[in-house]
Structures are given as C-alpha cells and as structure tokens.
Design a binder for this molecule. Structure first.
Ligand code: ATP
Ligand code: MG
Length: 244
C-alpha cells in the first residue's frame, strides 16, 4: 500500500521572495492520524496548500496514495477543511454540500443522501436553508468540515479545525474525527492546542521556519527531549529550532 502522503524536497518561495518552506520531506502512512505542529508562520498552511494544489510549488514532489498530487485521481481522494473559512455567501448549507458533491462527480442522488448524513453528523439540519453569512462562527466551521467530507475522501486534511470552536463542539468534533479514523481514513491535522494533538495524533511533526524539526510518536518525542509532556517537548524543539 503506498503512503497516504509523500512529500519530497518541497520548497515554496512566494512571489514576494519570501521562502516559506525549504527542502521539506514528510511521509504519512495510510491509515495514520498525523499532527503537523508549529508556531504561527511555521509553514503548515503553505505545505497543506501545496498538497491541495492551491499554490504553485517552487520545487519538490508530492504524491497522494501513489498518485501525483495534481492528478485528478489524487485530487478526488483528498478532503480539505481550510484554516480560513471560505464559504460561498450566496449558498445555503444544503446547497454548499450539494455543489461540492457535484464538483467531485457525485450523482445528484448520492450527493443528496450524503448531504443529509453530513447535516445529521454536524447538527446542521435546522440550518439547511440558511446562507453562510447567517450562520454562527462554529456553525460555519462545522459546515466547512461537512463539505470537506462530502466526497468521502481517504485523506482528510484539517487546518486548525477547532479554532474558535466551543468546548462541547470540540469534543464532538474529536469524537467524529476519531470515528472517521477508525473507519480507515487517514487524517492530517494542524492545531495550536497541544492537548488536542496529544489526545488524537499517533504521530507528530514539529516544524518551524519551513523546516522539519522532529517527527515521532508523542511517546517518542517525550523520550527524545527527555520531558514528560508534549508541551515541554514542543518548547524544547522550538528553542533548538531557533538556535539552528
Ligand atoms: N501569499 C503569500 N505571500 C507571501 N508570503 C506568504 C504568503 N502566504 C504565506 N506567507 C508567509 O509564509 C509563512 C508561512 O505561512 P503559513 O500560513 O504557511 O504558516 P502557518 O504555519 O500555517 O501559520 P499559522 O499557525 O499562523 O496558521 C509566513 O511567514 C507567511 O507570512
Ligand atoms: Mg496556517
């Protein structure tokens, strides 16, 4: 079985000359629950945007389940919930889901069934006919997740899915994402909540300044840095990252 995600030598220099990611390698096994952690500006969203063809890469190769990331076959097996909540303000909740299903080649009947299931899961049925600007922040975040999952992607990428989400919804989202993972979906998550990463992720990559600092299980990171909590390991790694 090929890796869910394989990044080799990824470099991204933005048009203004800023080098956001440099010679970055990462391989994520199929079926894993993977966390990408690092401070603001570390390059997490840049890496994810490169994987999902939202930006042009300067150099490097990215494969998704063995397919080049820009091939149609690869695009179809990835579901992305972006950090920025980018919903079409003119579509209501149900239309948002149906349009997405259509875009990914689902039949109308299949899209309807799936949209109903997603509205159940994310408790959005009561808002089916409401447009994005009239949803609360947490509801928009839920819709973003529901949309990412519409086409049943094998690799789900969640860029800070719980930012600004209330305590209860966060626990619910954790439960749901865990169920997805148990059903065989590969998950790539970024978060600034270390307890979230600790709770959910089997493996973690720590990045800073567009470079990989460490990559291991939580237990592996604790022993590598000789500490007892993920937050201590994070602080140590980031300290060393600054000196290096
Ligand atoms: N379009 C752009 N043009 C120039 N620089 C950019 C652009 N987008 C991002 N950057 C820069 O690239 C660096 C990495 O940004 P990125 O969004 O990948 O960080 P991040 O790890 O996702 O941070 P956060 O935790 O704040 O979301 C930052 O210094 C940012 O200012
Ligand atoms: Mg980001």
């Amino acid at each position: 079985m090929p890796s869910a995600l394989r990044i080799r030598g990824l470099t991204k220099r933005y048009d203004d000359g800023f080098l956001a990611v440099e010679d970055f390698d990462l391989e994520i096994e199929a079926g894993s629950f993977f966390g990408l952690l690092g401070p603001n500006g570390a390059g997490k969203t840049t890496i994810i945007s490169a994987v999902c063809n939202l930006i042009r890469v300067t150099a490097g190769e990215i494969d998704i389940f063995g397919e080049p990331h820009d091939a149609l076959a690869a695009r179809r097996i990835v579901g992305l919930a972006e950090q920025d909540v980018n919903l079409d303000r003119f579509l209501d909740v149900e239309e948002t889901l149906l349009y997405h299903g259509g875009y990914f080649g689902m039949t109308r009947a299949a899209a309807r069934r799936r949209a109903a299931a997603m509205m159940d899961v994310f408790d959005l049925h009561a808002k089916a006919g409401v447009r994005a600007p009239k949803l609360s922040g947490g509801m928009r975040r839920r819709l973003l997740l529901a949309r990412a999952l519409m086409h049943e992607p094998r690799l789900v990428i969640l860029d800070e899915p719980t930012a600004g989400v209330d305590f209860e919804l966060r626990l619910e989202l954790w439960r749901y994402i865990r169920r997805l993972h148990d059903a065989g979906t590969t998950i790539l998550l970024t978060t600034h909540y270390l307890e979230e990463a600790d709770e959910l992720c089997q493996e973690i990559a720590l990045i800073r300044g567009g470079r990989l600092l460490a990559r291991d299980s939580v237990g592996g990171l604790l022993s590598a840095y000789g500490v007892h909590s993920l937050s201590d390991a994070y602080v140590q790694a980031m300290g060393e990252g600054v000196e290096g």
